[in-house]
Design a protein around this ligand. Structure first.
Ligand code: AQP
Length: 347
C-alpha cells in the first residue's frame, strides 16, 4: 500500500525582546521565507509572552512587537500566505503551557543551558517564567500540532524538550495525540556569533550594540560595526581547517557565505591570502545590499502601526481557529471540563 505522507505544518517564533539581529535574519527569518515560498503551511509567531520572562518596558515591548512584525513582512513573509501573529493574542499558548508545566519535570528544565546562561549566577532572582520557558515553547508548537520547527542551533535543546513533553503526555494519557516534532536546523548560518567575541552567539539582548547588526541599523552603522568587528592579524587561510582556532575570523566568513548564498569553503578559496581589511570592504557592501532594503521597508511599515495591529489581529484569529479545537481535545484527554463553546472573541 502506498504510504500517505504526513502533512507538514511549520511553526516557529521570535521573541520581540529588542531589535531583530542579523543572527535572527540568517538563522531564522530567511528559512521562514523559504518554507513559505515552497508552499508549506507556515505559522509564525512573535512570542511576546516569552519576552516578558525577563523585564521589559511596556512601551518598548509593544514597539518591538510591531517592529518585529514589520521585519518579518519586509524580509518576505506574506501575511496572506503565512499566519503571522503575536502569541499573547491566542490564549491557547498560555493554557496549554500550564498543562505542560504539569507534565515536564523539574530535572528536565534544570538542565536547560539557556536558563543557566540567562539566569547567570543569580538563579534565585530569575523569574519562574524564565525557568518554565521551554514548556511555553512546547505549547507554542504543539497547540498547532506542528510537525516541523525551523530554528537556529541554540534552540535544539528546547526542541528536544518539546519532543519529551509530547512523548510523556502521549504515554501518560495513552493517546497518540501530540506529534513528535522535527527540528529543522538548516542553512549556512545556524549560529551567527557576536562581532566582539566569536565564541558567543550574536544576541539582541547583548549589552554591547557593537556585538550585533540590527535590522534597523543604517548603512553607516553596519559599516562601522563590521569594520570594528574583531578579527586577527593573520591573512585569510585557504581552507576552513586553517580557521579552526580563529572563531571571529570563521564567523565573518560564515556571515559572508550566508549573505552570498555560497559555502564557507568557497569564500575562503576566493579570499585565501587576503587581509581582513580587504575582505571587510566586500562584506560591508554585501551586508548593506541585503539589509538596507529590509530596513527601508520596515520603516515604511512602521509609519502605520494600526495596519500592523490589524495584520497581527487577523493572524491571531486564523491561529486560534487551528489551536482552539486542539486545546479542547487536550482538555478532554486530561479530564478538564470545557462545557461552553471555545470562546475566540467574546466582544
Ligand atoms: N545568533 C544567531 N544565529 C542563528 N540563529 C539565531 N537565532 C537567534 N540568534 C541567532 C534564531 O532566531 C530565532 C528566534 O530566536 P529568539 O529571538 O526567540 O531567541 P534567542 O534564540 O534567545 O535569540 P536572541 O537574539 O539571543 O534573543 P534574546 O537576546 O532576547 O534572548 C530562533 O530560531 C533562534 O535559533
Amino acid at each position: 500500500m502506498e504510504e500517505v505522507p504526513h502533512p507538514k505544518r511549520i511553526f516557529s517564533g521570535i521573541q520581540p525582546s529588542g531589535n531583530l539581529t542579523l543572527g535572527n535574519y540568517l538563522g531564522a527569518l530567511t528559512r521562514f521565507v523559504e518554507l513559505q515560498n515552497a508552499g508549506a503551511e507556515t505559522i509564525y509567531c512573535l512570542v511576546d509572552l516569552h519576552a516578558i520572562t525577563v523585564r521589559q518596558d511596556p512601551d518598548d515591548l509593544a514597539h518591538a512587537t510591531r517592529e518585529a512584525a514589520a521585519a518579518f513582512i519586509a524580509a518576505g513573509i506574506d501575511p496572506r500566505r503565512s499566519i503571522l501573529f503575536n502569541q499573547s493574542q491566542v490564549a491557547a499558548h498560555a493554557e496549554l503551557a500550564w498543562i505542560f508545566n504539569c507534565v515536564a519535570r523539574m530535572g528536565w528544565l534544570s538542565r536547560m543551558t539557556q536558563f543557566k546562561d540567562k539566569a547567570g549566577k543569580n538563579r534565585e532572582n530569575a523569574s519562574v517564567g524564565l525557568f518554565a520557558y521551554p514548556c511555553l515553547m512546547a505549547a507554542d508548537i504543539l497547540a498547532y500540532h506542528a510537525t516541523h520547527v525551523p530554528v537556529g542551533e541554540d534552540q535544539k535543546q528546547h526542541l528536544e524538550l518539546t519532543r519529551d513533553i509530547a512523548i510523556k503526555f502521549n504515554q501518560e494519557f495513552r493517546q497518540d495525540f501530540f506529534p513528535v516534532v522535527e527540528p529543522v536546523i538548516e542553512g549556512i548560518a545556524t549560529r551567527v556569533m557576536s562581532l566582539r567575541d566569536g565564541t558567543k552567539k550574536m544576541s539582541k539582548s547583548d549589552p554591547s550594540d557593537m556585538s550585533r547588526i540590527n535590522l534597523t541599523d543604517s548603512a553607516d552603522l553596519i559599516e562601522k560595526k563590521l569594520r570594528r568587528a574583531r578579527t586577527d592579524s593573520d591573512p585569510i587561510a585557504d581552507s576552513l581547517d586553517g580557521l579552526t582556532d580563529r572563531p571571529e575570523a570563521r564567523n565573518l566568513i560564515n556571515i559572508f557565505a550566508a549573505l552570498s548564498e555560497q559555502t564557507a569553503q568557497n569564500v575562503v578559496e576566493i579570499y585565501a591570502g587576503s587581509q581582513f581589511a580587504r575582505f571587510k570592504d566586500d562584506l560591508v557592501e554585501l551586508a548593506v545590499e541585503t539589509i538596507s532594503p529590509i530596513t527601508h521597508d520596515m520603516k515604511k511599515l512602521m509609519e502605520d502601526p494600526g495596519e500592523i495591529d490589524r495584520i497581527l489581529g487577523a493572524g491571531a484569529e486564523r491561529a486560534a481557529a487551528i489551536s482552539e479545537p486542539i486545546l479542547t481535545q487536550t482538555f478532554e484527554i486530561t479530564g478538564l471540563i470545557r462545557s461552553r463553546p471555545a470562546a475566540i472573541d467574546e466582544s
